[in-house]
Design a protein around this ligand. Structure first.
Ligand SMILES: C[S@@+](CC[C@H](N)C(=O)[O-])C[C@H]1O[C@@H](n2cnc3c(N)ncnc32)[C@H](O)[C@@H]1O
Length: 271
C-alpha cells in the first residue's frame, strides 16, 4: 500500500499523488460542466435489452441458460444487500453503481466471450467489477484490470470496490489513477483485450480517448460495453469502424440492484 495520507485536517500531509488525482478529477468535472452547457447530444436509434438478447441468441449462444445461472442470481442478491448497507451510510452514492441490466450484460458477455483479459474504467463500489469477476470465475479463466482514481473524500475509500466478494479478488487488479494516465501504459503491457467496459467519466473527450486507445487492442470478436452513451456522441464514432454489432440499449429495469426501477441506457459493440 502507498504512504498516502488523507486530505484535509490540521497536521496531515497531502501527497503529490493525491494532489495530482485531485487535479485530474477537477479537470474532468470542468469538462462535464462545459459539455453539459455546450455539448451536442446524440440521436441514436435504441433497442430493448430483449432485442439485444435475441441478437446474441441468433449467433448460436446459450444466452437464456447463462442468465439463469445460480451464480448470477446469488451475486445479484448479495449485491442488493451490500448496496442497501452502503446507501444507508451514503445516500448520495446511489448514482454510482451499475444498473441491474448493465450488470447482467457484463456477466453475460463475459460468459459468452470467455475472455482472457477484461479491462474496465470506473470502479466506485465495484458492482460491474463483481459481475465481470463472477463470470470469469464461472469460466475458470481470465483476469480483470480495473482503472479508477480513488475517492478523495475521507470515508469513501472504505466503500471502494466493496461489492466485490473476497473470493473473486484473485483475478482482479485495481490500477489507481484516471484512464487518461493509466490506460495507455496498461494497454501496451496487455497487448490484446477481449472485453472492455467504460463506466468512468462520461464526457465526450474522455469516452473518445478511451475508445480510441482500446479499439486497436480489442481482438476481433471482442466486446466493448459503455454506460451512459446518451450523454454525448463519442459512442457513435464506433459505428463507423469495422464492427459486427453496434447497439444502444434503452430499457427500464425490472429488478433493480438498488433504489427504484430506473430507465437505463448503455452501448454494446462487437468488433
Ligand atoms: C459510475 S461510477 C462507476 C460504477 C461502477 N462501474 C459500478 O458498477 O459500481 C464512476 C467511477 O468513475 C471514476 N472516474 C471518474 N473519472 C475517472 C477517470 N478520468 N478515469 C477513470 N475513472 C474515473 C470515479 O472515481 C467513479 O468511481
Amino acid at each position: 500500500m502507498s504512504s498516502m495520507k488523507p486530505m484535509g485536517g490540521s497536521g496531515r500531509r497531502v501527497s503529490a499523488r493525491t494532489l495530482r488525482e485531485f487535479g485530474d478529477l477537477a479537470l474532468g468535472y470542468v469538462d462535464l460542466g462545459r459539455e453539459a452547457l455546450f455539448g451536442a447530444s446524440p440521436d441514436y436509434d435504441t433497442v430493448s435489452w430483449e432485442s439485444v438478447l435475441r441478437d446474441l441468441e441468433s449467433r448460436g449462444d446459450g444466452v437464456a441458460e447463462i442468465l439463469d445461472e445460480l451464480a448470477l442470481r446469488d451475486l445479484e442478491e448479495a449485491t442488493r444487500q451490500i448496496l442497501r448497507y452502503v446507501h444507508q451510510e451514503n445516500p448520495r452514492g446511489a448514482q454510482w453503481p451499475a444498473d441491474s441490466i448493465l450488470a447482467r450484460c457484463c456477466y453475460l458477455l463475459c460468459r459468452l466471450v470467455r475472455p482472457a483479459i477484461v479491462v474496465e474504467t470506473g470502479v466506485a463500489y465495484g458492482v460491474s467489477s463483481a459481475f465481470v469477476l463472477q463470470a470469469l470465475e464461472e469460466n475458470g479463466r481470465g483476469v480483470l484490470h480495473s482503472v479508477d482514481p480513488p475517492p478523495l473524500r475521507r470515508g469513501y475509500a472504505r466503500s471502494w470496490g466493496v461489492a466485490v466478494p473476497e473470493e473473486l479478488k484473485a483475478r482482479w487488479t485495481l490500477h489507481r489513477g484516471t484512464s487518461k494516465r493509466i490506460l495507455p501504459g496498461l494497454l501496451e503491457k496487455l497487448g490484446t483485450v477481449d472485453v472492455f467496459l467504460h463506466d468512468s467519466l462520461h464526457t465526450h473527450r474522455n469516452m473518445r480517448r478511451e475508445f480510441e486507445a482500446v479499439w486497436p487492442c480489442l481482438r476481433t470478436g471482442g466486446v466493448l460495453i459503455a454506460d451512459d452513451v446518451e450523454r454525448n456522441r463519442a459512442f457513435g464514432g464506433l459505428r463507423e469502424l469495422n464492427q459486427s454489432l453496434w447497439r444502444v440499449v434503452r430499457d427500464r429495469e425490472a429488478r433493480p440492484l438498488h433504489g427504484n426501477a430506473a430507465p437505463v441506457t448503455f452501448g454494446v459493440v462487437v468488433k
